[in-house]
Design a protein around this ligand. Structure first.
Ligand code: PGA
Length: 252
């Protein structure tokens, strides 16, 4: 049985005070056992607050992820952050392939494969995002698009390396729009993604790989989404910024 996972992707939100207050309050609620859940929880704050976030959550079941890494080990890349830097402050999870990185920072599959390589070198767990645009869905291309995104990136990895991955299906048209995929659309795509893993790596890997849904997940729709057979959790943007909503999602 795959454990359910909820990941908070804070994007470029929450300053130092908001980040530390959120995490301290969340931790207090967890330690006082005020909530009932059995999910893996991961929070992805901005770079400057990863260190303090990790310190606050140290020794607990709550984990911290980075939202990006650079594809090179080190060097003259002004403004960038490397996997080894993050590793040196105890971070070992990273989100890669998010549609905002693909769109605004022109991260194509070849760059993403390099990012995967460097992340694996430092033994990061990778939350790898795939998903089609509205235009691509209207053309009924969603399955080809997602297959290709995986083929050119994750599927270059060995079955041994696949244990470091979580896959997040995030239809671009559902991200930050309030337009969540129907349970059927999401389940159908998740089942398809799992079948691709079956084809590429066999049954054991395809049964184990966690496939999360992202795109306008909130406290009202999380429960039904997470009940779908092949949906193993949620990658949550907007609705993870408010503690009350996030707690509801964790408990759904
Ligand atoms: P959203 O973002 O929940 O605000 O749609 C999800 C994401 O981009 O990961």
């Amino acid at each position: 049985m795959r454990k359910k996972i909820v990941i908070a992707n804070w994007k470029m939100n929450h300053d130092f005070h908001e980040t530390t207050n959120f995490l301290r309050n969340l931790l207090k609620i967890f330690l006082e056992k005020k909530i009932n859940h059995n999910k893996e929880i991961i929070i992805a704050p901005s770079f400057p607050f990863l260190h303090i976030s990790n310190q606050i959550l140290q020794g607990t079941t709550l984990k911290v992820a980075a939202q990006n890494i650079h594809q090179m080990d080190k060097g003259s890349y002004t403004g960038e952050v490397s996997a080894s830097m993050l590793k040196s402050i105890g971070i070992s999870k990273v989100i890669l392939g998010h549609s905002e990185r693909r769109e605004f920072f022109i991260e194509k599959n070849d760059i993403l494969l390099k990012k995967i390589r460097i992340a694996l070198k430092y033994e990061f767990h990778i939350i790898f995002c795939v998903g089609e645009t509205a235009f691509e869905r209207n053309q009924n291309q969603q399955f080809n698009i997602v297959k290709n995104q995986l083929k050119e990136t994750v599927f270059h990895c060995s079955s041994d390396e696949i244990r470091f991955f979580y896959i997040a299906y995030e239809p671009v048209w559902a991200i930050g729009t309030g337009k969540v995929a129907t349970y059927e659309q999401a389940q159908t795509m998740h089942e398809f993604i799992r079948s691709l893993f079956l084809e590429r790596y066999g049954e054991s890997v395809s049964n184990k790989i966690s496939i999360l849904y992202g795109g306008s997940v909130n406290n009202l729709n999380a429960k039904a989404l997470l009940l779908q057979k092949d949906i193993d959790g949620g990658l949550v943007g907007n609705s993870s910024l408010k503690l009350e909503k996030f707690l509801e999602i964790i408990q759904s």
